[in-house]
Design a protein around this ligand. Structure first.
Ligand SMILES: Cc1cc2nc3c(=O)[nH]c(=O)nc-3n(C[C@H](O)[C@H](O)[C@H](O)COP(=O)(O)OP(=O)(O)OC[C@H]3O[C@@H](n4cnc5c(N)ncnc54)[C@H](O)[C@@H]3O)c2cc1C
Length: 397
């Protein structure tokens, strides 16, 4: 006898756990399976930054995912889950005149509702005293930018899903899917499961999962690497990034011809530096940046960490005094065309995907999950999902 479920979700990251929560809230019988633990991969090792940056005048899919998710983090926090959620605001450092002009153009093209402001270093230091006086300034996002603990948040979605009746089966690897009998017969390392609908929330492993269904899903793993200081007393208040990488990525020549976009390295050569970081509730200052599309290589590279730490120290000079206490890496699901995949998989009414959330899947995951859950429950996609339709890029093998 197979175990059964109305909807089987493969992957207990933020995408899978949040989808389970919003689906279970509609009354669906949901089973989540993961070969590891809840938040055992990208959803547990990310920086924890969330929120949007420059909202467009006519809202885009990305606006809906990033700004919409902020409200969902807030709801989870208000429901009593300790997820360390804080609307901290964010600072995007500016180093050169060229970056300053680029940031001016970004702000000019954005909706004023986003509240982004261009400040001099002196002005930035009034709200973030450790910000370097040597830099030209920063774009400050006082609204809709925040942070939360990645493990606590993903586990909170899993717990909230269980409270609504979802089941969770961990240390259980999906190996194959048989679609011949009408339902999905899914083979796993802990026995078969028969499900009426299947959701792939398999993150960087989505191409492998696509092969179970005979589909080519163009999502590649991109390694992110991070480092942390030992816990320190409160020294910084915002999340941080730098204008250097968005400026570099605004130039098409800095992308590989066959994607994915927005990497720091192409064919082993550095295109630019990239920076994101914050001080977490434990007091650690955590930063990361480099993005390599070199397969499932977990090694942390000394050069990547040194380059990133040098860039972080340009923004926050006090970091010079604090050695690195730990380092880690994880795999982000980067779609080759840069857009997420949320919706029906082609060739089936009952197979779905929520993936390709790339470098901002923690912050965009909850709304991606809610939109997919609404589609599965109602049968009708929200119009904003047109840009995320998997049919644009998923093909038969
Ligand atoms: C270093 C780093 C920093 C980041 N910083 C940020 C940030 O600040 N803000 C932000 O928004 N995003 C950030 N991201 C990106 C974000 O973490 C990801 O986009 C997001 O977590 C992806 O979630 P997911 O649920 O799609 O994938 P994952 O969390 O990777 O979950 C996929 C799950 O599928 C399971 N799985 C795969 N194959 C199988 C199988 N065959 N059987 C059973 N289970 C399977 C895996 O075990 C895994 O648990 C960062 C990522 C990294 C690596």
């Amino acid at each position: 006898m197979s175990e059964t479920a109305d909807v089987l979700i493969v992957g207990a990251g933020i995408a899978g756990c949040a989808t389970a929560y919003y689906l279970a809230a509609t009354g669906a019988d949901v089973l989540i399976v993961d070969r590891g633990d809840v938040a055992g991969e990208a959803s547990g090792v990310n920086m924890g930054g969330l929120g949007g940056r420059f909202p467009s005048e006519s809202p885009t899919l990305d606006d809906a995912l990033s700004f919409g998710s902020v409200g969902l983090f807030d709801e989870l926090h208000d429901a009593g889950h300790d997820i360390e959620f804080r609307l901290s605001g964010s600072i995007q450092a500016i180093r050169t005149e060229d970056e300053f002009a680029f940031a001016e153009r970004q702000i000019a093209n954005a909706s004023p509702n986003g509240g982004a402001q261009l400040l001099t270093a002196r002005e930035v230091r009034t709200i973030e005293p450790q910000f370097s006086a040597e830099l030209l300034g920063a774009v400050v996002f006082p609204k809709f930018r925040g942070e939360a603990d990645p493990v606590k948040t993903t586990k909170a979605f899993a717990r909230a899903a269980e409270a609504k009746g979802s089941r969770l089966s961990l240390s259980r690897t999906v190996t194959t899917v048989d679609t011949s009998g009408g339902a999905y017969r899914v083979e796993t390392t802990a026995g078969p499961i028969e499900a009426k609908a299947l959701v792939l929330a398999t993150g960087a492993w989505s191409a492998e999962a696509g092969r179970w269904l005979g589909l080519d899903i163009p999502i590649v793993p991109v390694r992110g690497q991070m480092w942390a200081t030992a816990p320190l007393p409160p020294r910084t208040f915002h999340t941080f990034s730098a204008t250097e990488s968005p400026r570099a990525w605004s130039d098409r020549s800095n992308h590989a011809a066959d994607g994915p976009p927005n990497l720091t390295h192409i064919d082993g050569q550095r295109v630019c530096r990239h920076l994101y970081g914050r001080q977490n509730a434990a007091g650690e200052i955590i930063f990361g940046g480099d993005r390599h599309a070199i397969g499932f290589e977990r090694r942390v590279e000394a050069e990547s960490i040194a380059t990133n730490k040098a860039q972080a120290t340009e923004v926050l000079p006090f970091l010079r005094e604090h050695p690195t206490a730990r380092e880690w890496s994880g795999f982000m699901p980067f779609p080759r065309d840069g857009k997420p995949l949320i919706g029906h998989l082609p060739g089936s009414d009952n197979a779905f995907i929520v993936s390709g959330l790339a470098s901002s899947g923690f912050g965009r995951g909850p709304m991606a999950a809610k939109l997919l859950a609404n589609l599965i429950a109602s049968g009708t996609p929200d119009p904003v999902l047109v840009a995320a339709d998997p049919a644009r890029c998923v093909t038969n093998i």
